[in-house]
Design a binder for this molecule. Structure first.
Ligand code: G6P
Length: 486
């Protein structure tokens, strides 16, 4: 099998590379071992890229990494525009933040079409394509339009929200119809999968049962594949990382004080303002916790050119400084707030140092920080995970202290409980979570999806069908758009 994995962001696998997002870091170890070719954006743009795709190709484990320069004229409209100012807010149920112009949508479709053409270069007779995340909802349909009959799967790392919310995305119908070109679509949770099926039934009027959607293009399977981590490897990394100079300096600076840690991309879906408000509330309600427990919040800047992200960065900086100003002392800073990225090694050591991990997004596909925090703990003296019930991870990590991130008082009380939890209870909760992590590893996720994709494709005999009878056309890109490049 010639597996071609596609995602917007890729990772070059350098040990000290700062990790800004779950997807690339999560995929790296499995893609490396699988021998797949991993295709994504180089982060650079190029004029005239649409005429001839330029890819920098390097070895990656048993396979290769191909980084494409994306078309300069469309990159902004695709990445900052439609993907991250229309789809991302909608997928996280923030319809109030949707900003999308027609040009952005056209650019998004252009980049999907560009990627499809570029992928042909990596196609071999036994290819399997696996497309990742919301940047490429229409890539499967573009590949089918180019005559590709190989298995094509898609996995969504974010949530898929309620029907009415998706209805807030301009061109939502066209996009979901384009998604029907995939053989298999994977979601993180049952709720995401159900929401998708409900849209398909009610808005597209299609029959969907037992995870199979029938459309005029044939059938499409949908399923739930919760993404995992490699808990044993992460645990070993964490045990070693406590000796890392950055981690030992942090330990020394604590002087026996307890530490809670939060590590997030600076994104409005992560509930950062609510979290800081909860700590504020906790120190107000329980002044005894001042000096004895502080928060280390790492908020890695992300998508900074987008207004909503710039606004959040300003608001958060102001809030943190206000809370520190009110609760701090000459020799004690309640919140250590850092706006930069760290390597996975350092993060593993920081997680192990903290007695409490706070992962309190308003909505999150999975949230691998939650899983990594658990895996990084010392089995003899594990820390406590405070986890939002709106993170996909809460389905598996149900022995964490689950919180509602909108209930500031409730979160304040729960964080205080976590800080004083006795060892026996901490161990029981932690062992139950580790068991879940061990049974749902990233290796298993990868293998399960690829197996299911191959099976689905074999069952439906797409190749034969497409060759025997020309399929009804996929929802077209707007006409002026195809005319430009063909
Ligand atoms: C989330 C998305 C990923 C994305 C990551 C980082 O995890 O699901 O697709 O790569 O955030 O975001 P960025 O825009 O920096 O790639």
């Amino acid at each position: 099998m010639n597996l071609v994995v596609v995602s917007n962001r890729v990772s070059r696998g350098k040990a000290n590379e700062p990790m800004t997002g779950g997807l690339a870091a999560a995929l790296l170890p499995v893609v490396e071992k699988s021998g797949a070719i991993w295709v994504g954006s180089s982060g650079r743009v190029r004029d005239g890229a649409h005429k001839e795709a330029f890819a920098e190709i390097e070895a990656l484990g048993a396979g290769a990494l191909a980084m494409l320069d994306l078309p300069a004229a469309h990159y902004g409209g695709y990445y900052e525009g439609f993907a991250n100012s229309a789809l991302w807010p909608a997928l996280h149920s923030r319809t109030d933040l949707i900003r999308a112009s027609q040009e952005d949508y056209l650019s998004y479709r252009e980049v999907n079409a560009f990627m499809a053409r570029a992928l042909l270069r990596f196609q071999k007779p036994d290819s399997v394509f696996w497309i990742q995340d919301y940047h490429f909802l229409a890539l499967g349909a573009e590949l089918r339009d180019l005559g590709v009959t190989d298995p094509i799967g898609f996995f969504l790392h974010t949530p898929w929200p309620a029907r009415a919310v998706i209805g807030g995305v301009p061109h939502h119908r066209e996009l979901v119809e384009a998604m029907l070109a995939y053989d298999l679509i994977g979601f993180q949770t049952d709720d995401d999968c159900e929401n998708f099926l409900s849209y398909v039934r009610s808005d597209l009027g299609l029959a969907a049962r037992d995870g199979v959607v029938d459309s005029r293009h044939g059938s499409l399977r949908v399923g739930v594949f919760p993404i995992g981590i490699d808990p044993e490897k992460f645990a070993q990394q964490a045990a070693k990382a406590v000796l890392h100079p950055d981690v030992s300096r942090l330990r020394r600076s604590l002087n026996g004080e307890k530490l809670a840690i939060g590590v997030d991309r600076l994104d409005y879906s992560k509930g950062l303002l609510n979290r800081v408000n909860a700590f504020d509330r906790m120190w107000t309600l329980q002044p005894g916790l001042a000096r004895t427990a502080s928060l280390l919040q790492i908020a890695t800047p992300s998508r900074g050119a987008i207004e909503a992200y710039g606004n959040l960065q300003n608001e958060l900086a102001k809030l943190v400084s206000d809370v520190n100003g009110r609760h701090g002392e000459a020799d004690w800073t309640p919140i250590r707030y850092l706006n930069k990225g760290f390597s996975q090694t350092v993060l593993a050591g920081l997680y192990r140092t903290a007695q409490v991990g706070v992962v309190t997004p308003l909505h999150d596909g999975m949230n691998l920080v939650a899983k990594e925090y658990v895996a990084a703990q010392n089995p003899a003296d594990p820390g406590v995970l405070v986890l939002s019930k709106f993170a996909g991870a809460a389905n598996e990590l149900d022995t964490a202290l689950l919180v509602n991130p909108h209930d500031i008082d409730g979160m304040a009380r729960t964080i205080a409980t976590a800080l004083s939890m006795p060892l026996t209870e901490r161990r029981l909760r932690w062992e139950a979570m580790m068991k879940k992590l061990r049974s749902g590893t990233i290796q298993r996720w990868f293998a399960d999806f690829v197996d299911a994709l191959q099976e689905t494709h074999a069952d439906k005999g797409v190749g034969e069908r497409l060759i025997a009878e020309p399929p009804a056309p996929w929802p077209r890109r707007p006409a002026d758009l195809s005319a430009r490049y063909h």
